[in-house]
Design a binder for this molecule. Structure first.
Ligand code: AHM
Ligand code: MG
Length: 337
């Protein structure tokens, strides 16, 4: 039987939102369109002049890659053309992008995104991703403002990611479970391949950049040692798997069970990952799939946000593994975040 396309699925689910007039559905459709264009370019990246750096550095102090810029431009263009957003925040832009146009004058939503996550993997043919988060605007009219983005993760209306991997997948939630769609290149449509995704309560994979070990908090160091110990009952040692593309690492762990940690380090005392467009959307998805996402002591979705590019440590994945890692953190109270 042919599986449902993303478009068909979205229309069917619209009845979950009795007051919805189709705007959110159209917004998700716009994201799907940009994702297909980015996927096309990622697939032929070695053949066209799109690998490498632009020569610029972004607000995060990171070197900007050509594909970062391409993906950013595609998502912004699709969102603007769709007319459902009044502002966009992106990892690639220091400030928000207010949207002012005739078609967006009644737009209810704002979108925060990391257009191409896992930048260090772009040039080496390893999976990268896009992360997005959708909020209802809090301002009343006109182009959106910075304030529209200063909402807790619990206020997200929808969130998702696209993984440009051995196949291209779009995974999203609107707060009623998580569904995954695989791009069928023969028809150019995302088709429902992973309905109602649930992450195992317990897994045996841990994902962390162990090169930073010496700079980790004591609780994380002890948890890593715990993962490496031999114990038949708990099936340890666990396997270490770290791609360096957060979307790919978290997607794998979502399916097979595991924990992904990006803690504070002495180099990045607030953590590396950004709350608005990386941690909140990923946390929303993982919680909806039955997992947990915390800073090591607090729930990610309940954090207050004060800055667009605010960073936070992240412990995310199978609920029992996150609980255990948090216990190790709590025993080292000085390091609570
Ligand atoms: P990016 O948005 O600049 O790509 O940074 C986020 C990425 C995550 O995808 C990944 O898990 C992590 O940074 C890797 O960082 P590191 O190279 O420090 O391990
Ligand atoms: Mg990123």
């Amino acid at each position: 039987m042919k599986s449902k396309t993303l478009g068909q699925f979205i229309i069917e689910k619209q009845s979950d939102f009795p007051y919805a007039k189709g705007e959110l559905s159209r917004l998700l459709r716009d994201i799907g369109i940009a994702a297909k264009i980015v996927n096309r370019e990622v697939n032929k990246a070695g053949l066209v002049e799109i690998l490498g750096e632009t020569g610029e550095t972004n607000i995060q102090g990171e070197k900007v890659k050509k594909l970062d810029v391409f993906a950013n431009d595609q998502f912004i263009a699709a969102l603007k053309a769709g007319g459902e957003v009044c502002a966009i925040a992106s990892e690639e832009n220091d400030e928000i992008i207010p949207v002012e146009s005739e078609i967006s004058k009644n737009a209810k939503y704002v979108v925060a995104m990391d257009p191409l996550d896992g930048s260090s993997n772009i040039d080496v043919n390893v999976s990268v991703g896009t992360i997005f988060s959708i909020y209802r605007r809090t301002s009343l009219s006109g182009p959106g403002t910075n304030e529209d983005f200063m909402q807790r993760g619990t206020e997200q209306v929808a969130a998702g990611y696209i993984i440009y991997g051995s196949s291209c997948m779009l995974v999203y939630t609107t707060g009623k479970g998580v569904n995954g769609f695989t791009l069928d290149p023969s028809i150019g449509e995302f088709c429902l391949s992973h309905p109602n995704m649930q992450t195992p309560k317990m897994g045996n994979v841990y994902s962390i950049n162990e090169g930073n070990y010496l700079h980790f908090p004591e609780g994380v160091k002890k948890y890593i040692k715990y993962c490496q110990e031999e114990d038949l009952v708990t099936n340890r040692p666990f396997s270490s798997r770290y791609i360096g593309s957060g979307v790919a690492d978290i997607h794998r762990n979502l399916i097979v069970g595991g924990i992904y940690i990006y803690p504070t380090t002495t180099k990045s005392p607030k953590g590396k990952l950004r709350l608005l467009y990386e941690c909140n959307p990923l946390a929303f998805i993982i919680e909806q799939a039955g997992g947990k996402a915390t800073t090591g002591s607090k729930r990610i979705l309940e954090l207050d946000i004060k800055e667009l590019h605010q960073r936070t440590p992240l412990f995310v994945g199978s609920a029992e593994m996150v609980d255990m890692a948090m216990e190790f953190m709590a025993k080292n109270t000085a390091e609570k975040v």
